[in-house]
Write a protein that binds this ligand. Structure first.
Ligand SMILES: [Cu+2]
Length: 146
């Protein structure tokens, strides 16, 4: 019957979906309280692959790639450092003054079609409240009435 016509209409609608206009944006990582915030970010080449670190601490820090591919040098309080990632991969970095300060930038290729418009990462805050178990140590099992 007329199902072929319906298919043609559906296909023409699908073809009409063009690529959205790409705007390259910068991702900001704050250095605050001897931490990189957020410590783990994901960027997409051609979309937001420039990262801007801002030292909001009162002491100097560095942003130094674990493999040495980039380094900010000494960043005094208030200084910022910008690096553009053009190679897909996962890049760990640290502060050379405080090696416990670490962060990770995951770089995705430009072929990735990102449908997520929310750039907010909510992975940084993991609260560990395992010590409160001791207070609830008394487990009263209900007596079985048979
Ligand atoms: Cu530091």
């Amino acid at each position: 019957m007329g199902s072929a016509t319906l298919l043609v209409v559906l296909f023409s609608l699908a073809v009409r979906l063009g690529p959205a206009q790409a705007t390259v944006s910068t991702v900001t990582v704050q250095i605050d309280g001897f931490q990189f915030v957020p410590g783990t970010i994901t960027v997409v080449i051609g979309v937001n692959n420039t990262v801007n670190w801002v030292n909001g601490d009162g002491v100097a820090h560095t942003v130094t790639a674990n493999g040495g591919s980039f380094s900010s040098g000494t960043m005094v309080s208030g200084a910022n450092f910008t690096h553009t990632f053009n190679t897909p991969g996962t890049f760990g970095y640290h502060c050379s003054f405080h090696t416990f300060m670490t962060g990770t930038v995951t770089v995705l290729g430009s072929g990735v079609t990102s449908t997520t418009s929310s750039g907010s990462t909510t992975t940084s805050s993991t609260t560990t409240t395992t010590s409160s178990l001791s207070a609830a140590g008394k487990i009263s099992l209900p007596a079985e009435k048979v």
